[in-house]
Design a binder for this molecule. Structure first.
Ligand SMILES: CC(=O)N[C@H]1[C@@H](OP(=O)(O)OP(=O)(O)OC[C@H]2O[C@@H](n3ccc(=O)[nH]c3=O)[C@H](O)[C@@H]2O)O[C@H](CO)[C@@H](O)[C@@H]1O[C@H](C)C(=O)N[C@@H](C)C(=O)N[C@H](CCC(=O)O)C(=O)O
Ligand SMILES: Nc1ncnc2c1ncn2[C@@H]1O[C@H](COP(=O)(O)OP(=O)(O)OP(=O)(O)O)[C@@H](O)[C@H]1O
Length: 490
């Protein structure tokens, strides 16, 4: 792209030196700079991108965009702007030619259920023959190929690049998990959403947002980001049982579809029944009542399915096609996913790491508990992140008969500090604190008797543990199966 054309989107700038004619790439990371590219210096939490500008030039950057004049050696022009974060969004969207305008963009936000709802929508789209891309905690899924990503919602550059790749690969839609960090930090700048979905808002991430009010306001940005272009068929899907939905409805002028189990809503469920690994319920829709049978477990998944149904109905799909897809769905990876084993115990892998998700995961498993048998719940939490939620997590975990308190990614925090905070919330004494997660998993299996259920929460799809700065391989399922075979298989 012509450098002058690219830079035309930045209204306030000072150019030092001779601009090159063309720019072949944009980068925010000196370690992946290509020749003839534009490097933008982003001030991070740990380091400042301005300190890597010379490295970027050495790697071939011919324009550096920064917030101050830098002493750079080499064939490079500098563009000084007041705010590189804001500039990044403008440049990235321009460089990739506003790809979100050309495909249906579906954003899913909320404390819990983003991965589940986004995954469900994506799989239903694919099942209906629509090419769709998916981005979120599990990575970037482009036509079945999964690319890793560091964040649930990637930085503004990577976001535009993913949408561009989806468009170039012929996707008609892209489903994105939208985190509150992503919204608050402008990672979604320039994304033209068509459909915005809200799951729920409960305690999480207060280390970053400070208060629930701020956290809720950050999520609201998704709904205002729908914009005001009434020539487009846009809409929002809101959870009628969550009080934040009323506020979000006021943030957009587009039509609203609501769903829920308790309050009046366009899509509701009645007569929910959970038996033998199958969930059944009656779905009440604007077109009447339909019986639903699905393999997804728990009431929270009934909410997730109602949200997905509202998305498809709002897009104009007929109810029979929607229901056919729901019956075919498999559990989302690592979300109340049953581990298939010959062991005489039931093992579930789950990603619950908030008080509300823990409560929902335990409630989902209780209907499968046999009289006189135990529900064992292993729960961990991350080090150096929101500590205020820890006692509340253990309080909810107390609903299980036996609880193992451990870590998920301890990072730089001592095991005892994490499990000690969790233990403050326990409501009964049937629990153990074991910071080493592998040992904790083995302990959960050791206390299990035939017929018991164990839920390993907090790691879900992840196959690693971050200790210090290092990612170590870790799989709750593999460790549990090995321990179970030693204990139960003669
Ligand atoms: C606290 C936080 O949000 N950090 C994010 C931030 O990292 P950072 O500020 O530390 O960035 P940095 O590493 O200091 O780098 C600053 C700049 O220098 C550049 N750099 C750095 C090193 C170098 O050699 N050369 C170089 O050019 C970097 O590319 C970057 O442009 O920018 C990175 C790139 O965009 C993110 O990956 C990183 O997310 C970290 C991994 C993270 O854990 N974030 C969490 C808090 C988060 O965002 N979570 C949400 C919610 C998840 C949920 O719902 O549960 C999410 O969306 O993931
Ligand atoms: N609608 C829901 N309401 C409450 N809890 C839910 C809901 N859907 C899933 N959960 C629970 O929350 C856990 C995390 O679900 P999911 O990964 O879909 O949420 P998320 O919002 O993507 O979380 P994260 O951003 O941390 O990945 C699940 O393993 C399940 O226990």
């Amino acid at each position: 792209m012509y450098a002058e054309e690219l830079l035309s989107v930045i209204p306030l700038k000072k150019v030092i030196g001779q601009l090159p004619n063309n720019i072949k790439d944009i980068s925010i990371d000196s370690r992946s700079v290509q020749p003839k590219s534009l490097f933008i210096c982003i001030k991070g939490y740990t380091v400042d991108g301005h300190d890597f500008a010379q490295k970027a030039v050495d790697a071939g950057a011919t324009i550096v965009v920064s917030e101050k004049e830098l002493q750079l050696e080499g064939n490079v022009a500098q563009v000084i702007v007041p705010d590189t974060d804001r500039t990044l969004g403008l440049l990235a969207a321009k460089f990739f030619e506003y790809p979100s305008n050309d495909i249906t963009m579906i954003g899913v936000t909320g404390t819990n259920g983003k991965t589940s709802v986004a995954g469900i929508i994506h799989h239903m789209l694919v099942g209906m023959g629509e090419k769709s891309a998916l981005s979120g905690t599990i990575g970037f899924n482009l036509n079945g190929v999964l690319y890793e990503s560091a964040n649930t919602t990637s930085d503004a550059l990577n976001t535009q690049q993913m949408i561009f790749r989806a468009k170039m690969e012929g996707c008609r839609a892209m489903v994105m998990e939208v985190s509150s960090h992503g919204l608050a930090l402008g990672r979604l700048a320039g994304v033209d959403y068509d459909i915005a979905v809200f799951t729920n808002l409960t305690h999480d991430h207060l280390d970053f947002h400070g208060t629930m009010e701020e956290y809720g306001n950050a999520k609201g940005l998704l709904f205002s980001q729908l914009g005001q272009d009434f020539t487009k068929n846009k809409f929002a899907v809101l959870n009628a049982d969550d009080p934040w939905s009323e506020k979000y409805a006021r943030l957009t002028s587009y039509p609203i579809w609501t769903y829920g189990l308790k309050n009046e809503a366009n899509f509701r469920a009645e007569n929910c029944n959970y038996e033998d690994g199958i969930t059944t319920f009656d779905m009440i829709t604007p077109e009447g009542k339909f019986p639903v049978t699905m393999k997804l477990l728990g009431e929270f998944n009934v909410y997730n399915i109602l949200a997905a149904t509202a998305v498809f109905y709002g897009k104009g799909f007929p109810m029979d096609a929607i229901l056919e897809q729901i019956e075919d769905l498999n559990p989302v990876r690592g979300r109340m996913e049953k581990v298939l084993t010959d062991l005489p115990i039931q093992i579930y892998i789950d990603y619950a790491h908030t008080p509300d998700a823990i409560e929902k995961a335990i409630e989902a498993a209780l209907p499968y508990k046999k009289p006189g048998k135990k529900l064992i719940f292993l729960v961990g939490t991350g080090g150096n992140r929101d500590k205020s939620k820890r006692p509340a997590m253990a309080k909810k975990a107390s609903k299980a008969d036996y609880v193992v308190l451990t870590t998920d990614d301890p990072r730089f925090e001592e095991y005892d500090s994490i499990t000690g905070d969790l233990a403050k919330g326990m409501l009964h004494d049937n629990y153990a604190c074991i910071g080493d997660r592998a040992e904790a998993v083995r302990h959960a299996v050791a206390v299990a008797e035939p017929g018991d259920i164990i839920i390993f929460a907090g790691k879900g799809h992840e196959d690693y543990q971050i200790i210090g700065n290092t990612k170590y391989p870790h799989s709750d399922a593999d460790i549990a199966i090995k321990a179970g075979e030693l204990k139960f298989v003669k």
